[in-house]
Design a binder for this molecule. Structure first.
Ligand code: CP
Length: 312
């Protein structure tokens, strides 16, 4: 595995296979898991943005792996008063064994990782949210038994960290990703064209019904992400036709599953009826953050996860 997890591109197809298998073992044996791959290690959690799922699942996961999570609000660090990212990364490398960072600019986490002497995990930037999407791959595999060839329709703001990450995940796992958004929120062309698409596909349409047609999974996310509050009025207006509601569900494959990385703004990007339907797997997605991030931390901080996989 790469030193850091900054984007899905840091994960190879082989890494993904191991990660999903390890996460499945950790989920199955959670109450009876005695290995502590983070024993004696302190992991800094540097957050510049709010979080429920990411913060709590990482703190609990690091604890369950025997490590110590230090939550560091960016404003409590000198970095909030002008100390450089480079100096902060070098100093923290003298104390800690890893960092999990949620921040605005993706280039900040890249720079931190460049100067840090330990593994760095991207816990969301404006450009990518790899931990969410890797957990989503785990969830899809859990429900479909496979990833390759599964059709996922993503509706709403496709020019977002989730849109970007889903494109990379589709390429990695061979998903058929059908995206739908207004012209203003089209997916990033460079990310679609970057790298090799060996299997699966990525398509875009302005028509949500076309994207949703025969989809196995319907996925949406908030329309006004952190940092976009000034565009709220425009976003609500332009994205309204992309609401995940019962008429869109009717276009999908029978029994299509409903996904949302949460937090949801009910009544905006998703209706209560769809969010609370029997086919909604949003809470499974949230839970699986814990298991997959434990697998990620184990792989980044150890070389002997083969041993964990060989145990029954
Ligand atoms: N999905 C997600 O990252 O949730 P939080 O913002 O609550 O961490």
């Amino acid at each position: 595995m790469h030193k850091d997890l900054l984007t899905v591109e840091d994960v190879s197809a082989e890494d993904l296979q191991i990660m999903l298998e390890l996460a499945a073992r950790m989920k199955r044996d959670r109450l009876d898991w005695h290995d502590q791959p983070l024993k004696g290690k302190s992991i800094g959690m540097i957050f510049s943005k709010s979080s429920t799922r990411t913060r709590v699942s990482f703190e609990v996961g690091i604890h369950e792996l025997g490590g110590n999570a230090l939550f560091l609000d960016r404003n409590d660090l000198q970095i909030g008063r002008g100390e450089t990212i480079q100096d902060t990364a070098r100093v923290l490398s003298r104390y800690m064994h890893g960092a999990v960072i949620r921040t605005h600019s993706h280039s900040d986490v890249v720079e931190f990782a460049k100067f840090a002497h330990f593994p760095v995990v991207n816990a969301l930037t404006d450009k990518f949210h790899p931990c969410q999407i890797l957990a989503d791959l785990f969830t899809i595999k859990e429900f479909s038994g496979k990833l390759s060839g599964v059709k996922v329709a993503y509706l709403g703001d496709c020019a977002s960290n989730m849109g970007n990450s889903l494109i990379l995940a589709a390429k990695l796992a061979g998903l058929h990703l059908a995206m739908a958004s207004p012209e203003e929120y089209r997916p990033d062309k460079d990310i679609i064209e970057h790298g090799v698409l060996e299997s699966g596909s990525v398509s875009w349409s302005p028509d949500p019904k076309e994207a949703a047609k025969d989809a196995d999974y319907l996925y949406t996310d908030v329309w006004v992400s952190m940092g976009h509050e000034a565009e709220k009025e425009q976003r609500l207006k332009l994205l309204a036709p992309y609401q995940l509601n019962e008429s869109l569900v009717a276009c999908a494959a029978p029994g299509a599953m409903i996904m949302h990385c949460l937090p949801a703004h009910r009544g905006e990007e998703i209706t209560d009826a769809v969010m609370d339907s029997d086919n909604s797997i949003v809470l499974d997605q949230a839970e699986n953050r814990l298991h997959v991030q434990k697998a990620i931390m184990t792989m980044l901080h150890n070389d002997d996860w083969d041993r964990l996989l060989s145990k029954e």
